[in-house]
Design a protein around this ligand. Sequence first.
Ligand SMILES: C[S@@+](CC[C@H](N)C(=O)[O-])C[C@H]1O[C@@H](n2cnc3c(N)ncnc32)[C@H](O)[C@@H]1O
Length: 316
Amino acid sequence: MLTSFLKLLRDPKATLSKDGKTLTFEGRKIPVRDDIPRFTPDESYSRGNFEKLREEHATLQFDSVNGTTDRHDTISDRTGWPPSFWKGKTVLECGCGAGPDTEILLNWGATVIAVDIAGLDIAKNNLKGHKKLQLVQASIIDLPFKEKSFDIVFCHRVLQHTPDPDETLHHMLKFVKNDGAIFIHSYANTWIQRLRWKYALLPFTRKVEPEKLYNFIKGYAPTAFKITNVLRKIPGGRVITHFLIPFLNYRHAKQFKPLTDERVIEIGVHDTFDALSPPYDNPMSAKRMRQIANQHVSRPFEIVERPMVTLMRTKI
Ligand SMILES: C[S@@+](CC[C@H](N)C(=O)[O-])C[C@H]1O[C@@H](n2cnc3c(N)ncnc32)[C@H](O)[C@@H]1O
């Protein structure tokens, strides 16, 4: 276990057993498997959706595996911070998933405490060899850490997938030091987002057994890929694709240019299932994000409103 990890816990008396298999924390015995303390049960609302994706496509989103710089560029663009900013910082990553962002932050020289409610064994395997990493199975609505103890709180593509994003944001913001930095991402609560096929279909698709939904998307993906490629070339076709066709086709995206069609379809299957399966998908408006941030954050920050995403980031 990372030596600095115990010091970040809110229980100053927390201790790890000699065999490394139990953490005594606030009088509870927290099981530690494969060096990952498990503050929450293995079963969670992420089972069947995000966990399923991880099982099927463990490393798909890793820059180091897919040969793109997608994650690197997206984090740089959305935070507005240079890679050098992360060096030597202790980062709380809320909702790390399989770890594609974690890998970037570690490569930039950060120490990362990466939390997720599910699927951390896959992240562990993906990130093996990284020494400045501690994975923690916990809920970002009930984090076991001391308040104001992290240099950076980072939450990317997660907030909308928690049961109550307001409450989650209030909670996460407590963990950054007064002079620390924050990056929070949420899907934007805009009409261009809300009128998309996803929000019309979700009430039905989230009730479908995940295996069936996944296989169904996989089945129609090659056809949807061809149709959307043609549609993009005709006037108005992009609008039809965006609002009406339930398949995320990135063939036109600059960052995925080097990838084969097969790989782009695989990413499409992954992201379409990711769009249609989560039990929670509640985008947050820029106004709401600002209101909540104002209650917690003293260091200057900005809210960036884009058509599909809302970002909160510390000005550095
Ligand atoms: C769309 S994935 C994003 C993963 C990662 N940040 C990325 O960009 O690849 C959302 C993640 O949030 C996690 N998550 C949802 N609710 C959570 C909670 N209450 N506590 C911790 N993680 C949670 C899910 O398990 C899933 O891994």
